[in-house]
Design a protein around this ligand. Structure first.
Ligand code: ZN
Ligand code: ZN
Length: 404
């Protein structure tokens, strides 16, 4: 098999990986560069997709799916079933005037996406691809195990091991042994000095905050379902407050609730309520938790004299608030005084080591990180191959290793 990272080495996001066997050729992710990314790597997605049998999307973050309109029309695009629906609701919201440049054409294309199911392999000629559900800040995210008769490649997408559904990591990887190559994300390795709490610890801290503050506003990504679950369950534990959001968020949570029952009741958001005037008195009297985003609707509540002495919890990346990657919409919306409660959607160094030690890859190809050399700091007993963007790598491990 051959691996070609079109984009995604020494940069976070913009991921596009090609895997080619004797008979098949597929793409894993077709991401756009993050707005703050300085990468100059240009990829002609139409041209490379033309030669491919299929495109597989690990999850709906734009740095993995953003170029989907550029994929040649008759090439099938696959994504997780729930991920497809959540992303569709999100794109529909982005179609509203003055939000983003999403058109009906985008929605029509999205409709044609095919879906895969957890652990159910898809065969593309001589390749077999198995989606493995993993934990990330996007719901219904996957790693991909790609095999042919003698080689096994694991593409990690974005993942972490400190979330709710990744508690038992050895169980997730129990059938994924004898991996020849892992193409592994390493977003956090350039920030080894940061500390990362688990999603569960975050939830425990949220319990205290909700207990001690009558009116609580929470800002997190509308599609970070596990984070919303952390606050929702924290609020349930406290026990007496409404959990409020807007209609758009409620549509996403309704869908998750309906389709996740078979997995676990963790994703049962049936007590979340979208705002209704009739709730106002109860909100004033008993307090509430409210999911907010940078818009006029949310601002009205935050500035209301009725909800003075509120707590504003900021639960996403601090980089949006200040520095070179600041987002004006967000930084102008968040009040001067806020409480920061967040944890990364990406694996810590410890998490990456844990996964590598379970699957014992012969070769590691780092992607989705600022500097692939950061991987060497982990001193893992597996060979790290620092591939360059657009360079082919022939998986020829048994006898010799060649780079073309
Ligand atoms: Zn990413
Ligand atoms: Zn992601």
């Amino acid at each position: 098999m051959q691996i070609k990272i079109h984009r995604g080495v020494n940069q976070i996001g913009g991921c596009i990986t090609e895997i080619k066997s004797k008979k098949a050729r597929i793409l894993i992710d077709i991401g756009t560069n993050l707005p703050t990314c300085e990468s100059k790597v240009k990829v002609n997605v139409y041209k490379i997709s033309k030669k491919c049998d299929a495109v597989f999307i690990s999850h709906y973050h734009l740095d993995h799916i953003g170029e989907y309109m550029k994929v040649k029309k008759d090439v099938p695009i696959y994504i997780g079933e729930q991920a497809k629906e959540v992303f569709t609701i999100y794109q529909r919201k982005m179609k509203e005037p003055n939000i983003a440049e999403v058109t009906q054409e985008h929605l029509d294309r999205l409709k044609t996406f095919q879906t895969f199911k957890q652990d159910v392999p898809i065969v593309i000629k001589d390749l077999k691809l198995t989606p493995i559900r993993i934990d990330h800040s996007a719901f219904d995210s996957y790693m991909f195990l790609i095999e042919n008769e003698d080689k096994r490649i694991l593409h990690t997408g974005d993942f972490r091991t400190h979330g709710h559904i990744s508690k038992d990591i050895s169980q997730i990887f129990k059938d994924i042994k004898n991996i020849d190559v892992i193409i592994c994300e390493h977003t956090t390795l350039s920030r080894l000095d940061e500390t990362f709490v688990s999603e569960l610890m975050l939830q425990k801290e949220a319990v205290n905050l909700i207990k001690n503050n009558k009116y609580v506003f929470i800002m997190c990504a509308s599609t970070n379902i596990d984070r919303i679950a952390s606050f929702y369950h924290a609020n349930k534990e406290v026990g007496n407050k409404l959990f409020i959001c807007d209609d758009y968020q409620k549509e996403i949570l309704n869908y998750i609730t309906e389709t996740s029952k078979k997995y676990e009741d963790y994703y049962d958001f049936s007590e979340v309520q979208s705002f209704d005037r009739r709730l106002y008195k109860e909100m004033v009297d008993n307090g509430f938790c409210m999911l907010v985003r940078s818009n006029y609707f949310s601002k009205k509540f935050i500035n209301s004299p009725n909800f003075k002495d509120n707590l504003f919890i900021y639960s996403q990346w601090l980089g949006y608030l200040k520095g070179s990657s600041a987002d004006k919409n967000i930084s102008e919306f968040v009040p001067k005084e806020y409480y920061y409660l967040h944890t990364s959607g990406h694996a810590t160094a410890q998490g990456i080591i844990e996964v590598c030690n379970i699957i014992k890859p012969k070769i590691i190809i780092p992607i989705h990180g600022e500097n692939s050399k950061d991987f060497d700091k982990l001193e893992l007993p597996y060979q790290v191959k620092h591939l360059k963007n657009k360079k082919k790598f022939k998986v020829k491990i048994k006898k010799e290793m060649k780079e073309k």
